[in-house]
Design a protein around this ligand. Structure first.
Ligand code: 1YM
Length: 295
């Protein structure tokens, strides 16, 4: 097998010569996102910029919540290029029957593809209900996907508002035991006109919170832009919510040492509560549903 085996090459050649329905759907979808980004990420300010990271991280969290991934690594380099990697199953590397393109290209170019073209129920954690990956792609200057599966590295790059440069292909070998997905992207400065610079504290604090909310998951945050002592964080809390409450109360005077904790489930819905009183007059009550703070 050649090093650069192209997946679905015939189909992509066909797609080039005809302007198919699926092409129209792709262009419509991605163009719609670029035209009205606020409809998908609320704003193109710093908040919207960070939304890109959360959409991709959420997909890794979903893979961990489904029981396949144990670790999510988020890295930001000096040029504000973001890399998010998980050690889950790896995004599906086959061809999607409906679009004739790889499932990965479909997920990243067709709005709603995450739910519609995948298992359907994969999206558990917060976010845009499966629209996320294609929205991030549409709003990026470029985005690359690498999937590690069966000792091979699968790769596809999108540019120019989310269009695949060429179909998904194998670009090399990896350790046969390695598995997972790695998404790298650069936010498009034509969209994020206010800023394309991520806030270190915002990323650090939310990644830590996600680790508290999803006990057992290891979330690693690497940031090349800050002083060495702050560059690397590893968040991993076997105690989950209990540890979160202890963390929130760490600089307070506790009325009791142990955090009160209970969990339960009914009709497929899981709930957890953790409580610890401090001597303050102002109660701090935080509630979350699927990792989202429900104010
Ligand atoms: C760094 C971001 O996206 N990981 C990821 C995504 C998927 C899977 C695994 C996956 C899901 C399923 C089956 C399933 C996604 N798959 C889809 C779709 N990490 C990241 N890891 N096999 C692999 O849900 O059935 C969307 S995301 F649509 F193909 F199922």
């Amino acid at each position: 097998m050649s090093e650069e085996m192209v997946i679905g090459e015939e189909l992509s050649t066909k797609a080039k010569s005809e302007y198919s329905d699926s092409d129209i759907q792709v262009l419509d979808g991605l163009e719609a996102v670029r035209k009205r980004p606020g409809m998908y990420i609320a704003s193109t300010s710093s908040k919207g910029l960070h939304h890109l990271v959360w959409e991709i991280v959420d997909n890794g969290i979903d893979e961990a919540m489904a029981g396949y991934a144990t670790k999510i690594v988020v890295s930001v380099d000096k040029d504000n290029i973001v890399r998010v990697e998980d050690d889950g199953r790896g995004m599906p590397v086959g061809i999607n029957e409906k679009t004739g393109k790889s499932t990965i290209e479909t997920i990243f170019t067709v709005l709603h593809a995450g739910g519609k073209f995948g298992g359907g129920a994969y999206k558990v954690s917060g976010g845009l209900h499966g629209v996320g990956a294609s929205v991030v792609n549409a709003l990026s200057e470029w985005l690359e996907v690498r999937v590690f599966h069966d000792g091979k590295v699968y790769f596809v790059r999108f540019e120019n508002g989310g269009h695949a440069v060429e179909p998904l292909k194998i670009i090399g070998d990896c350790d046969p035991d390695k598995h997972g997905s790695l998404i790298s992207f650069k936010a498009d400065p034509l969209i994020f006109t206010e800023t394309t610079v991520y806030e270190y504290e915002t990323l650090r604090d939310r990644l830590r919170q996600l680790a508290f909310l999803n006990k057992g998951i290891r979330i690693i945050y690497n940031d090349d832009r800050v002083e060495e002592a702050k560059q690397h964080h590893e968040f991993h809390f076997e105690g989950g919510l209990k540890e979160y409450v202890a963390f929130l109360n760490k600089n307070r005077t506790k009325i009791h040492e142990h955090v009160i904790y209970c969990e339960g489930h009914e009709q497929g819905i899981e709930a957890e509560i953790a409580v610890q009183y401090n001597d303050g007059y102002q109660p701090n009550v935080y509630t979350f549903c699927n990792n989202i703070n429900t104010v």
